[in-house]
Design a protein around this ligand. Structure first.
Ligand SMILES: NC(=O)c1ccc[n+]([C@@H]2O[C@H](COP(=O)([O-])OP(=O)(O)OC[C@H]3O[C@@H](n4cnc5c(N)ncnc54)[C@H](OP(=O)(O)O)[C@@H]3O)[C@@H](O)[C@H]2O)c1
Length: 284
């Protein structure tokens, strides 16, 4: 996951970090995998991102609801956690005191204050995860595609534990820190780019006389089917595109129109612009 608060005073980490002293490294991960003690997961900030991640863990049976503790200043969002069977508190420090794996899921501007507040109770055993602008809720809730980057103090057992958990919410890959903002441009913002393309496809059909509802349903299904084929066959998109192009047929005529409209250049520029903006926002 990418990191709001990625310059955390606690772990100096982006994505996943650790308290600074070293003893106890990997103990929790080992315990979790060996069934020695239940994994307790905390959320500081209990809004939409926190809830989506917690729901993913519970649904996948990775963490029991009663072992999740969430904090927020008001009950506005905590009531959703209570409805899931999780514990809640208004005290951020209590989350760190009860849980060794803690997700920070407040808005970025609140994070520095929150980190300063909890810093005295952070130990070397904590694994701290920041949730960032790169993952959209829709990707998290559905066919999730997440990346996580490790901070200086996070070891491979912590990264493995986090990856195993986050896979409950979708595909999760560990990447170098430099790829995190590119992921934001490709996947986080990509949802909107693909929606724009789906809308445009449907509007082409509407222009040709198809009813709107039907056109949008078929466009969405076409995107879904294509994505599934790409994933299942592990093919390069150019291969699939070539396979469906009969010489002199409809598809090559349509593709010619797309090339004339500059679709590829526009899509590449969109990812470039979104990545640059993500870098700007993260102060790089
Ligand atoms: N939503 C998305 O689609 C999305 C996508 C990508 C990234 N993100 C990132 O994820 C993070 C959280 O986003 P969100 O949409 O989940 O935000 P949100 O729904 O507004 O939730 C923010 C949570 O932080 C809590 N909070 C505020 N001040 C706090 C404090 N001092 N201590 C502890 N908790 C505090 C809020 O408390 P109350 O419940 O009392 O208001 C609320 O529960 C942000 O960094 C955002 O950039 C979100």
């Amino acid at each position: 996951m990418t990191g709001a608060g990625r310059r955390s005073p606690i772990g100096g980490a982006e994505g996943v970090g650790r308290g600074k002293a070293r003893p106890g490294r990997g103990e929790m991960a080992a315990a979790a995998t060996q069934g020695m003690e239940p994994l307790r997961v905390g959320f500081v900030g209990a809004g939409r991102m926190a809830e989506a991640i917690a729901q993913g863990f519970i649904r996948a049976g990775k963490v029991e609801a009663q072992h999740i503790l969430a904090s927020a200043p008001t009950d506005r969002n905590l009531c959703h956690f209570q409805a899931l069977g999780c514990r809640t508190t208004h005290c951020n420090r209590e989350v760190l005191q009860s849980c060794l794996l803690v997700f920070f899921a407040t808005k970025p501007h609140v994070l520095p204050t929150v980190l300063a507040e909890v810093a005295p109770v952070v130990t070397a055993k904590h694994i701290l995860v920041s949730v960032a602008a790169g993952v959209s809720l829709s990707t998290l809730e559905e066919e999730g595609a997440m990346v996580m980057a490790r901070g200086r103090h996070a070891g491979s057992s912590e990264a493995k534990l986090l990856q195993t958990l986050l896979e409950a919410c979708g595909q999760c890959e560990e990447v170098p820190e430099a790829h995190v903002d590119i992921h934001t441009g490709l996947s986080g913002s990509g949802v909107a780019f693909v929606c724009a393309f789906s809308e445009a496809l449907a509007e082409g059909a509407i222009k040709m006389g198809m009813p709107g509802g039907l056109a949008h349903r078929i466009a969405a299904q076409t995107l879904l089917g294509t994505a599934k084929m790409l994933q299942q066959k592990g093919q390069h998109p150019a291969q699939l595109r070539t396979d469906v192009c009969t010489p002199g047929g409809t598809t090559i005529y349509g593709l010619h129109a797309l090339e004339q409209g500059g679709l590829r250049a526009a899509a590449m520029s969109a990812v470039e612009a979104a990545t640059s903006r993500a870098r700007e926002l993260s102060g790089k």
